[in-house]
Design a protein around this ligand. Structure first.
Ligand SMILES: NC(=O)C1=CN([C@@H]2O[C@H](COP(=O)(O)OP(=O)(O)OC[C@H]3O[C@@H](n4cnc5c(N)ncnc54)[C@H](OP(=O)(O)O)[C@@H]3O)[C@@H](O)[C@H]2O)C=CC1
Ligand SMILES: O=C(O)[C@H](O)COP(=O)(O)O
Length: 485
């Protein structure tokens, strides 16, 4: 049991109680005890934090990459040393099972170290004017990457450690200051993540952690003139609001998904089943990249369903401390939302293959067959353990239904005939198509992006560094270029 403690906010380089004198109690989604109380930070404190970030940014950017990297490597070491405690807090706070929470800390440590190495190895380029008609070789353009200023990092509840660090680390390596706003349910994990960074002796003010409800302080943060770039991961609804309200600054948005698994008639069903089941149900489907619908060729649909059913029934269901795969959802509201999708589908004639049992916010993994386009579960992202199966007469029909969704995060194609798999992959509108594998963000050196309502801009370590910096061109007008130069 994690001790219920009062947590301070990290504002302008100091751990402080907010002047608001208001705290928010974080209730565990599965334990009866609260996880802790966090500060409800005020607009004045946001102003002070952003001003401190602006002051600290230029001296930080003046440090060498190696000097900046030392702080980050120390951060990674601190996290590795505190792995157990951090994983236990995350498990208590967002209900991720202990093994997966530990993996998230390991992945974060690797990501931070990799980000340092990546930044050390990135470089600019140069260009001569004579590449353009009439241009002169005497013009030498030096293209460097420079920081943007103050980056606002907003993260969701489901990866409170990794999806905060995967914004903070590239922002800092690119020479920016950071304002981090974690999800409220996830803020205690975020505080522990930042403690490990603050303990490196990071320059005062370079980073602040603003806690408080997004509905209260979110708009103030995103409209703040001191913010120069926003990296956001969360729901499409919040992402769209953010893109409407932010003013002429670069945005990277990683949003919701409805990732289809397209199963062709020649698919290797064992590979397909294990990928679909882990893809759909790990962490109870609370992953943006979860498999959220299956589009299966009629010819093998019965066989696929017959194999999926026992695999789903074999999933372990219960509390996260016993390392169950299917765990209580983040809130009762989230469970009601999923239940409504199941009820709607069953009322409209879907076949219940297994599941549809509930104890509070713990839902049994649920498999629905014969789902049709009039059912909400065909289109809406549940962020919970329900998987709809839609039977299709052809791959063209699978592609049509895949693309009818407003989302376009990832998709999977299961087929043994590679030419056919690639043809389908080419036709599906998604940031990434996985052939014979489940959708997933990692490994973190891969680009990660969504199209349509799933986002804009690209993450992944290299692309995050690019998105948090810009090109700066210095043109040297030479007197004359030496012969052969
Ligand atoms: N594509 C991707 O990479 C990923 C996408 N997601 C998506 O995120 C959703 C689940 O995460 P969830 O945390 O519920 O998402 P939300 O959109 O509810 O919240 C995400 C973050 O935005 C904050 N926020 C809320 N309102 C505002 C506002 N007006 N201005 C600025 N920030 C605001 C939240 O704070 P607070 O908690 O205080 O409300 C939280 O920090 C799913 O749709 C999922 O698909 C999740 C992970 C990865
Ligand atoms: O929040 C999410 O769901 C992630 O961005 C996806 O990460 P994963 O594919 O590594 O679970």
């Amino acid at each position: 049991m994690v001790e219920h403690a009062q947590y301070l906010a990290y504002l302008a380089g100091e751990w402080q109680a907010s002047q608001s004198q208001e705290t928010i109690t974080i209730q565990s989604p599965w334990q009866s005890e609260p996880v802790g109380d966090i500060q409800a930070v005020t607009q004045d404190e946001i102003d002070t934090s952003i001003a401190a970030a602006q002051d600290a940014q230029k001296p930080w950017a003046a440090l060498s990459l190696g000097e900046r990297g030392q702080y980050l490597n120390q951060w990674a070491d601190n996290l590795a040393a505190n792995k157990q405690a951090l994983a236990e807090i995350e498990m208590a706070e967002v209900g991720k099972n202990l093994k997966d929470a530990e993996k998230e800390v390991d992945r974060t440590v690797d990501l931070i170290r990799y980000t340092v190495q990546e930044a050390l190895h990135m470089h600019g380029e140069s260009v001569r004017g004579d590449g353009f008609p009439g241009g002169s070789k005497d013009k030498l353009g030096i293209i460097e990457r420079v920081p943007l200023g103050v980056v606002l990092a907003i993260s969701p509840f489901n990866y409170p450690v990794n999806l905060s660090a995967s914004k903070i680390a590239p922002a800092l390596m690119a020479g920016n200051a950071v304002i981090c706003k974690p999800a409220t349910q996830g803020a205690v994990s975020g505080i522990k993540l930042i403690e490990a960074l603050a303990d490196t002796g990071l320059p005062k003010g370079l980073l602040s952690l603003i806690t408080g409800h997004g509905s209260v302080i979110g708009d103030y943060l995103i409209e703040h003139p001191g913010i120069n770039m926003i990296s956001f991961t969360g729901s499409t609804q919040t992402g769209q609001r953010l893109s409407q309200k932010s003013i002429m600054i670069p945005l990277v948005l990683e949003l919701g998904g409805k990732d289809p698994a397209i199963v062709c008639a020649d698919a290797d069903l064992d590979t397909t089943v294990s990928n679909i089941v882990s893809g759909a149900f790990s962490y109870s489907g609370q992953r943006c990249t979860a498999v959220k619908r299956v589009l299966v060729d009629d010819k093998i649909a019965d066989e696929l369903v017959a194999k999926l059913k026992p695999a789903v029934n074999a999933l372990t269901v219960g509390s996260p401390d016993a390392n169950n795969t299917v765990v209580p959802l983040i809130s009762d509201k989230a469970a009601d939302f999923v239940q409504n999708l199941i009820d709607d589908a069953l009322a409209k004639g879907a076949t219940l293959v297994t599941g549809n049992k509930r104890q509070g916010n713990l839902l049994a993994p649920t498999l629905l067959d014969n789902v049709t386009e009039d059912m909400d579960v065909a289109w809406i992202e549940p962020f919970g353990p329900v998987l709809p199966i839609m039977r299709v007469p052809s791959t063209d029909e699978a592609i049509r239904i895949a693309n009818k969704s407003k989302f376009g995060l990832q998709a999977s194609v299961f087929a043994q005939e590679l030419d056919e798999a690639l043809k389908i992959a080419g036709g599906v509108e998604a940031g990434t198509v996985q052939v014979n594998g489940r959708p997933e963000r990692g490994p973190d050196n891969f680009p990660f992006l969504g199209v349509k309502a799933s986002g804009m801009g690209t993450q992944g370590v290299h692309n995050s560094i690019l998105s948090m910096s810009r090109e700066k061109l210095t043109v040297i007008n030479l007197k004359s270029v030496k012969q052969g130069g």
